[in-house]
Ligand binder design. Sequence first.
Ligand code: AMP
Length: 492
Amino acid sequence: MSRRLLSEAEERELLEARRGDQFHDECGVVGVHGHPDAANITYLGLYALQHRGQESCGIVSSNGHEQFVYRGMGLVSDVFNEKNLARLGGRHAVGHVRYSTSGETSLRNAQPFYATTDGGPVAIAHNGNLVNAAPIRRELEGRGAIFSTTSDSEVIVHLLARSREPTPEERLIDALSRVKGAFSLVMLTDDALIAARDPNGFRPLTLGRLDGAWIVASETCALDLIGAEYERDIEPGEVVVIRRGRMRTLRPFAPAAREAFCVFEYIYFARPDSNLRRHNVYAFRKELGRCLARERPVAVDMVVPVLDSGAAAAMGFAEEAGIPYEMALIRNHYVQRTFIQPAQSLRNLGVRLKHNPVHGILPGKRVVLVDDSIVRGTTLSKIVQMFRSAGAREVHVRVSAPPTIGPCHYGIDTPTRDELIAYNYSVDEISSQIGADSLGYLSLEGLRATAESLKGGMCDACFSGDYPVPIDNPGSAPQLALFREVDEDDAR
Ligand code: AMP
């Protein structure tokens, strides 16, 4: 498979396409096969995966004859209750949590997607972005297909419904053979749970057992919550079919030139208590912090984590440097990510709502703040300012990842290059923009060397510009969202 960097023109075209098309979701998925409490277990699994998506969620269950669906906007704990969960009957279920900042915020994009095909009912929950969804959608629409969402995942459902293969798994494989990019997905049929991962293995997907039932989940923290035993990860390019309690594995796709597991899952996105590919996320983040302390030392009185995601790296930094670790920044956990709207003015407010320094311990102190990444630079510039106002004598910043110079095309929500501070400015310029006394990032070499311990190929395109799967025909986004749903407030 060829690898290349995107030219600026291609990048612009792709991002134009993405503005109209929602190739921009962060998601988590769960599947349960053969448990009397399938919907409740799926609910709990989604609860543990809430960090992967807060905009909408849903569950589809099956008792072998009938399928049941419940989807809603908001957090898992707000959408589901005893009553609607009780109605999601059957021993099999799939569930999904979704987050999208630039995409359309609408229930119609909430997953799982479901359809009645001539091969039977199917429900699909997909994590990852497909890089050739737009041309496939155009082609299908040209042949009369009617799409009802603005999500790239819907092309999988259409391709599957059109496939002439005899079994649901062969139809899914037929559909997935046409798409490119990232998919870690679960599919429910009337009698089977199918799980599939793209050949590059961009996004995680793990397999567990609970009371004889099979569980599939994006991360192991979901298995932990429901008390399931970790069996193994679903491998890149693997399709697992679970029917009547028996599991079968298929390897239908041409192997990728390399495994490309998202390194940003380890750096920021996944929960630190999860193991990805058998490696603990927290331990890896600590190693990054250690490496950062060696690469970018600084003489200070305390190491302060930018909570929550910077905590493990800051701990590693403090241990390596032999400097006290202080929780001098407090995070308000009751502010939801969904509250923070994309408008720049509200983002700043969001930072202040979310973080507050511990004024009592900062006067006269030299401080290094450790965070996992800088995207737009908004969070850190506000926090540096807050620390200065609280009396800190010096405020340095260290970042446990290299500069974020490119968007993700495979399922992490990163903004366009124009908004990425590290694409537009040098490290020194960023340092003065965020008002820090000094700024140091982990080097790409440092990241790659630390990631060697993970023993598997990585995608670090957002830091290196090295995109493992080229983007197909990025231009001319399909005409989407012509019908806007209005709610009662709009109509008044
Ligand atoms: P910014 O203020 O735009 O520089 O955002 C940086 C903060 O956002 C860091 O503290 C990161 O932990 C966090 N972050 C990084 N990537 C993402 C993402 N894809 N979605 C949400 N938050 C992120």
